[in-house]
Design a protein around this ligand. Structure first.
Ligand code: AMP
Ligand code: ZN
Length: 463
């Protein structure tokens, strides 16, 4: 499997840092407002990567921070008269619910900044001790020129960074490009530290919390949106490596932006569409499939019509699963041509996924795989065992893509009616009254129930 590593700017053969768990760190939300489609884009991409690693048999330990100590949260909390931690929790909970609907697998740890101040302080102390940071009257700053590798991720030279970087202004800094590890002063949320009351700078949380969860081992993969590459990720590397003297993360993966009319979607830009608004109009799988049509590193321009077409396409995939599930598992004529075609399409699917998660190409092979099955089913004597195997393979592909049909919810009255009809049908079958059994199957079908007779008795699901 090859992964494009933003650090080396090359597609590399994937080789984990060590044995056992694979540490996967993703920069999480700054929850001061509703999550938008740009967030969905990044977290669905990261979920795809994680799912594929899991599919490959890796034991993934996924860490995703929650930035609950931050200026934007403070400002919003003050404005609406609530506490910053409450505000952050509210929007984080809401986002988690939406990500759940989008079938994004939960992380193994969601560390919050507010709960990791001791770890942050101890990393800052280590950085100072190693000679990479200094204290002034306003805070503790990382000295970028003292860290040799500064700029290695974003590929910039220190001079260029100094000239062009958006820097946090502060007169006490030795160099305008230096950044804050600790900000002194009181605000709505303040913590004690060896440098007096204050709060951490933004970047230090990820370095400190990542190392807390890996117990000091390098991360295998660190991911986030492209916008975080500089300065956030550059600073994460500088801090962690200055503190520990060892590599922080082996592979860096960045997702392309979700744009609206070519412009990045963002809260501060005011052009954002919240996730819930889209989910009111179309099912979550439509949005997922819409994103999968683009490579995770490419920008995607939001297009409501394309999301609707993705819904239709996804329903064809589910329809195949349903249809194939109702067929006999044996019989028909063995079709070698079909079997060879299915093997070839499946191999191409995995080949594309192994090539830095090339979902547009993998999707094309997945559809070709399904279409081959459908055309076989239109024939006189379809190769049922081949279709049954194909369905199993197909369900793995759907899982990797996180495409899942929405579960229709039944009222308890309908549930009871279905149970009663199934029992009546079983009775009819026991009496060999097959006409009656078929009639009941028809009724169930009208209620939207697909019935399957298995060795363990009848099984049903909603169509
Ligand atoms: P934030 O809450 O703004 O700190 O962002 C959380 C994550 O979402 C980061 O990894 C961002 O890079 C990512 N993100 C924010 N906006 C977009 C966008 N328009 N397209 C893709 N990713 C985004
Ligand atoms: Zn981060």
């Amino acid at each position: 499997m090859k992964i494009y590593n933003s650090l080396t700017r090359e597609k590399e053969d994937f080789a984990p840092v060590g044995e056992g768990k694979l540490y996967f760190y993703v920069c999480g939300l700054t929850p001061y407002d509703h999550a938008h489609l740009g967030h969905a884009r990044t977290y669905i991409s990261m979920d795809l990567i994680k799912r594929y690693l899991l599919h490959k048999g890796y034991k993934v330990f996924h860490i995703q921070n929650i930035t609950d100590v931050e200026d934007k949260i403070f400002a919003r909390a003050k404005k609406i008269g609530t506490s910053p931690l409450e505000l952050a929790e509210k929007f984080q909970d809401e986002a988690m619910e939406e990500f759940g609907k989008l079938n994004i697998l939960s992380a193994d740890a969601y560390p919050r900044v507010s709960a990791h101040i001791p770890q942050i302080i101890s990393m800052i102390e280590k950085i100072i001790e190693n000679g990479y940071a200094y204290e002034t009257g306003t805070g503790v700053y990382f000295s970028v020129s003292s860290f040799k590798g500064y700029g290695k991720l974003s590929g910039q030279k220190l001079d260029e960074i100094k000239k062009g970087a958006r820097v946090e202004p502060d007169e006490t800094k030795k160099d305008p490009a230096d950044f804050a590890l600790w900000k002194k002063g009181e605000d709505v949320l303040t913590f004690d530290s060896p440098w007096g009351k204050g709060r951490p700078g933004w970047h230090i949380e990820c370095s400190a919390m990542a190392m807390e969860y890996t117990k000091g081992r390098a991360l295998d993969i660190h991911g986030g949106g492209m916008d975080l590459s500089f300065p956030h990720h550059e600073n994460e590397i500088a801090q962690a490596e200055a503190a520990r003297g060892e590599q922080f993360a082996k592979y860096w993966m960045h997702t392309g932006f979700l744009t609206v009319n070519g412009e990045k979607m963002g809260k501060s830009l005011g052009n954002f569409i919240v996730i819930n608004e889209v989910l009111e109009r179309c099912p979550p799988y439509a949005l997922r499939l819409f994103f999968l049509h683009s490579h995770y590193r490419s920008p995607v321009d939001y297009n409501a019509e394309a999301v609707c077409s993705a819904q239709v396409a996804a329903e064809r995939l589910f329809n195949f699963m349903d249809k194939a599930g109702e067929l006999p598992k044996e019989g028909g004529a063995e079709n070698h041509e079909l079997r060879a075609k299915l093997i070839a399409e499946k191999e191409s699917f995995y080949f594309a996924m192994d090539d830095d998660f090339d979902t547009p190409s993998a999707l094309a092979h997945m559809f070709a795989y399904m279409n081959a099955c459908f055309s076989e089913l239109r024939g006189e004597s379809p190769d049922y065992p081949a279709i049954a195997d194909a369905r199993e393979e197909f369900s793995k592909m759907l899982w990797i893509f996180g495409l899942k049909k929405e579960e229709k919810k039944l009222g308890s009255k309908e549930g009871k009616e279905i149970d009663s009809l199934i029992a009546q049908r079983e009775e009819a079958r026991a009496k060999k009254d097959f006409a009656r059994a078929d009639e009941i199957r028809g009724k169930l079908s009208e209620l939207g129930v697909a019935l399957e007779d298995t060795d363990g008795g009848p099984r049903w699901r909603l169509k």
